[in-house]
Ligand binder design. Structure first.
Ligand SMILES: NC(=O)c1ccc[n+]([C@@H]2O[C@H](COP(=O)([O-])OP(=O)(O)OC[C@H]3O[C@@H](n4cnc5c(N)ncnc54)[C@H](OP(=O)(O)O)[C@@H]3O)[C@@H](O)[C@H]2O)c1
Length: 267
């Protein structure tokens, strides 16, 4: 029996990963802050697939609660085979207008938490010579697109190199690289996405189905849809300075931000 621990399992892509792994007969450990939603999901998965799910309520930004999740990953009597580092959020304002505490929380959840949880599980995976780590990144990490994109660039590069380190032990590592996906992400981040055409949106179940196929095929990256595959290809060849300037045009200051005066720089 394969046991899969998923962070951010109460909504969006994490819940879709739970459904995808449950359909394959895996047992699950569901991690997020909202116990009620995790319990509802555990009940749904038990009814649909006969899956056993542990609900592990944790705010991963709380060091003690994150340590509890790490302890579960390190428990030799109840081995975890697959870790899905998925929990995340974005911020409403670009870096110059964003409180540094919010920036630090985002960096911690997108980078330090996956680093710590992965580091905790790796010795067990190596010893058992099986298992996988799936890291949910983003196409935003393929080009210079602000601090969220910088954190996602980290997790993609981390996944690509860890994949090589763990390959001799038969352990797989996959970076899941979604484009815009219909979840609660944009609403939670206070992003206005009303102008985006329907054609850019991915379905969370489709992202997960593609990721599980790419995991089975031992691919390094999983990108869903022709549009985002073309974007990833173009990203390799586009001049990064030009792209950084073009992307910055879409990262407007929030309405509440004070006007930037030339004198501010001189002061
Ligand atoms: N949706 C997109 O367009 C998109 C595109 C590319 C990449 N991604 C990435 O996909 C991943 C999943 O996002 P999503 O789109 O599924 O967003 P979502 O629907 O907002 O789900 C986010 C999940 O993260 C959990 N979470 C947030 N803060 C947490 C914390 N401090 N501790 C524990 N859990 C926490 C939330 O659960 P609780 O509130 O219950 O804690 C929720 O389950 C993220 O890494 C995101 O960056 C999303």
């Amino acid at each position: 029996m394969t046991t899969v621990l998923i962070t951010g399992a109460s909504a969006g892509l994490g819940a879709a990963f739970a459904r995808g792994f449950a359909a394959k007969g895996c047992d699950l450990i569901l991690v997020a802050r909202d116990t009620g939603r995790l319990e509802d999901l555990a009940g749904e998965l038990a009814a649909a697939h006969g899956t056993a799910s542990e609900v592990l309520t944790a705010d991963l930004l709380d060091p003690a609660q994150c340590a509890t999740v790490a302890a579960r990953l390190a428990d030799p009597d109840r081995p975890v085979d697959v870790l899905v580092n998925n929990a995340g959020f974005g911020l409403p304002a670009p870096f110059p207008y964003s409180p540094v505490e919010d920036e630090e929380r985002m960096l911690d959840l997108l980078v330090k938490v996956p680093l710590k949880l992965t580091h905790t599980l790796v010795p067990g995976l190596r010893e058992r010579r099986r298992g996988a780590v799936l890291n949910v990144s983003s196409v935003a990490g393929l080009l210079p697109t602000g601090t969220y994109g910088a954190a996602k660039a980290w997790i993609t590069a981390f996944s690509e190199s860890l994949r090589v380190d763990l390959a001799p032990y038969g352990v797989r590592v996959l970076a899941v690289v979604p484009g815009f996906t219909r979840t609660e992400f944009q609403e939670r981040a206070g992003m206005d996405v009303s102008a985006l055409p329907d054609s850019v949106w991915l379905d969370a179940d489709a992202v997960v189905a593609r990721a599980l196929k790419d995991l089975a095929l031992r691919r390094p990256l999983s990108i869903t849809g022709r549009r985002y595959k073309a974007y990833a290809l173009a990203a390799r060849h586009l001049p990064r300075g030009f792209v950084a300037r073009r992307m910055a045009r879409d990262r407007r200051p929030p309405a509440s931000a004070p006007a930037h005066r030339a004198q501010d720089v001189a002061d």
